[in-house]
Ligand binder design. Structure first.
Ligand code: SF4
Length: 177
């Protein structure tokens, strides 16, 4: 939630403050909305403080059992839920955002179109990569690949996936920003 549309450098200090102050949702729930908003202010996005506040109270309410559907937690969408499941519960699923769409489309040779994110073949191809007990590492590796190499203008000559990738750098016919 803290990393959404926010650089990791900006998040580190706030994350450390949270983990230093609170050992559980129960402890965090002692703070008022205003206090949580103040802690979250350096992250930007004015709604984030109240989202985190609502998530804390949701988790505190369900402290005996993590909800079956993580998406029930305020502020947790399919991307964050997939990340959490792969990291904490060994879930073998891809966290799919626009960066992952770009990489998987290029690797698989699927041409770009507006709603590609919902393409069943693309989702299946992304999840196929995650059929390992290290799915969390695959999710993190895709973040790094998107940020450093498979950028909108890709550096294919430096890419470890170059030999299996179907992207045609000359045609760039599935160039996705
Ligand atoms: S070879 Fe190029 S297009 Fe394919 S995954 Fe690597 S950087 Fe992306």
């Amino acid at each position: 939630m803290m990393l959404r549309r926010t650089k990791a450098d900006q998040v580190v200090r706030v994350y450390q403050t949270f983990t230093h102050l609170f050992q559980s949702p129960e402890e965090a729930a002692q703070l008022s909305l205003k206090e949580i908003e103040k802690l979250c202010r350096p992250l930007g996005l004015h709604y984030r403080g109240s989202e985190i506040y609502r998530a804390i109270h949701h988790l505190n309410l369900h402290k005996d059992a993590i909800p079956d559907s993580l998406e029930e937690i305020p502020g947790i969408g399919p991307y964050s839920a997939a990340m959490i499941r792969s990291k904490l519960f060994y879930g073998r699923e891809a966290a799919i955002d626009s960066n992952v769409v770009r990489i998987i489309a290029r690797l698989s040779g699927i041409p770009f179109y507006h709603e590609l994110r919902r393409n069943k073949n693309l989702i299946a191809a992304a999840n196929h990569l995650h059929q390992t007990k290290h799915a969390s590492s695959v999710n993190l590796a895709l973040i790094d690949l998107a940020a450093l190499i498979c950028k909108p203008a890709p550096s294919c000559s430096q890419c470890p996936l170059q030999t299996v990738c179907k992207f045609d750098l000359q045609k760039q016919n599935y160039f996705i920003s």
